[in-house]
Design a protein around this ligand. Structure first.
Ligand SMILES: *Cc1c(COP(=O)(O)O)cnc(C)c1O
Length: 462
């Protein structure tokens, strides 16, 4: 399996190369040259099998010969042994045709754990094999950071620098990152928004001298290995609901579009997916783009679903590539326009192909709160504000197939919003009860690429 850059001006890499490089050297994102296909018989054979078996079947297609099967199996088992539910990602019925896919049973209570637990193991294995070290940098709107810290805490071959927007993540989210004591973990609070933090990370990758000097690697969803790990649960859920003999729809609370892109990838691999519905909060660039064809950056404003408070959606570039039939020139034109004028317009064949596969909707703050209250009243389930965005948007769409709403976080991660909307206080699972009293450590830095660079160099002893 080979991976190509969406901008077509970086070398093709194998799985290991794509995983360790994160962003391609031309600023693009790696995508598989073509999607492996599952036959109906192969899918039927996976029905009823444990999550780990489905994960191996899917991941082995993308990993190819980069990791021996025995090693990959062991990493998958270890990754999902950290989850506190036997089904790993249980599917819960909410109504006659609606299901919640609970992706939050990992160590940090958000779906980011699903990919991060596996990615950390694969990276550490690969670095050890090649006798290399890596400096990992990542930006977080709240959940990626905690998931990365939990996953890389034990890593032997990496240092991790996580940038979060200062004062714009929830207390639980921040504490999950800042209370972990390990010399390899560095928390940087950037005086800016998530988009500022993400822009700094991209700038570090695009500085090839710095990148090569420290051995930079990335764990944001620009890293293909994360998308790969997320494809698994689309298969797992659809198979449980009757695929490949029945089509299934998905609604995904979306921001950077990594989770949603994994759903599209599953469809390209042969999974019978009916509708893919993109749900956003009032930071609605994805909804506007699908409705109008124009990707236009406006301002970011804070909401009660902070992990979705972004405007620049990096994985949308992967969709632009696929919708333009893998034409990197079309992606370069769009990204050039984005850099210059904060916007681009999708050409009509590309927009048509996107609309054939996706619908979208946005949830206002009031609608998200009402969705939490209604869900509790009608189903007895306490859901987090991100999941509530998904539920609200899913309810606006009529589909014939079973609808799976991805539950991306545990309600206890966002207790204030849940309490305000429902009057109930979600309890943190026992293993996190120490969190609110533990000592925090993080460094506040200005919104400046140079400041972050200098800090990393000082910590790495350069
Ligand atoms: C990261 C995150 C999202 C957005 O996922 P993307 O892959 O960036 O679209 C939604 N909900 C929660 C709870 C998250 O942590």
């Amino acid at each position: 399996m080979k991976y190509v850059s969406t901008r077509g001006q970086a070398p093709k890499l194998n799985f290991e190369g794509a995983m360790l490089s994160g962003l391609a050297r031309d600023g693009g994102l790696y995508v598989p040259e073509h999607f492996p296909k599952f036959t109906k018989a192969q899918m039927t054979a996976l029905r009823g099998r444990p999550y780990e078996d489905v994960a191996f079947a899917v991941c082995a297609q993308f990993v190819g010969s980069a990791i021996p099967a025995k090693e990959l199996k062991a990493m998958i088992s270890a990754a999902y042994a950290t989850f506190d539910h036997q089904a790993v990602v249980p599917l819960k019925q909410l109504g006659p045709n609606a299901f919640l896919l609970e992706l939050f049973h990992g160590p940090t209570l958000a779906f980011k754990d699903v990919a991060m637990q596996l990615l950390a193991r694969m990276m550490d294995w690969s670095l050890a094999k090649n006798q290399r070290r890596a400096v990992i940098v990542g930006a977080t709107s709240g959940d990626t950071g905690g998931a990365a810290v939990a996953a890389f805490e034990q890593s032997q071959n990496t240092s991790l620098f996580i940038l979060h927007p200062h004062g714009r993540v929830s207390d639980v989210q921040r504490r999950q990152m800042t209370t972990v004591k390990s010399p390899a973990i560095h928390n940087l609070a950037i005086e800016g928004t998530f988009d500022d933090a993400q822009a700094i990370v991209k700038a570090l990758f695009n500085d090839h001298k710095f990148r090569d000097g420290v051995g930079l690697a990335g764990v944001n969803s620009i890293n293909w290995a994360r998308i790969m790990a997320q494809i698994v649960y689309y298969f797992y859920a659809a198979l449980a609901l009757g695929a490949p003999d029945r089509r299934v729809s998905f609604t995904v609370p979306s921001a950077n579009f990594g989770n949603m892109f994994a759903g599209l990838a599953a469809k390209r691999m042969g999974l019978p997916v009916d509708k893919l519905i993109v749900a956003t909060n009032s930071n609605d660039i994805l909804d506007r783009t699908i409705k109008t064809g124009r990707y236009q950056v406006t301002g970011v404003h804070p909401t009660i679903s902070p992990s979705m408070d972004i405007q620049l959606s990096s994985n949308f570039e992967r969709l632009v590539f696929l919708a333009n039939r893998n034409d990197p020139a079309a992606v370069r034109a769009a990204m050039g326009s984005l850099a210059q004028s904060q916007s681009f317009t999708l050409k009509s064949p590309a927009l048509k192909s996107i609309r054939a596969e996706f619908s979208s909707g946005a949830s206002s703050e009031a609608e998200t709160s009402a969705s939490m209250a209604e869900t509790l009243k009608h189903t007895g389930e306490l859901v987090d504000p991100h999941t509530a965005v998904g539920l609200h948007v899913a309810m606006q769409h009529q589909v014939q197939s079973p609808m799976v709403i991805l539950a991306t976080a545990h309600p206890a991660k966002f207790p204030d919003a849940v309490q305000a909307a429902t009057g109930q206080t979600p309890r943190l699972p026992l293993h996190l009860s120490h969190l609110m009293n533990a000592k925090e450590s993080f460094k506040v830095l200005p919104n400046s690429v140079q400041a972050v660079k200098d800090y990393i160099l000082s910590q790495e002893g350069h």
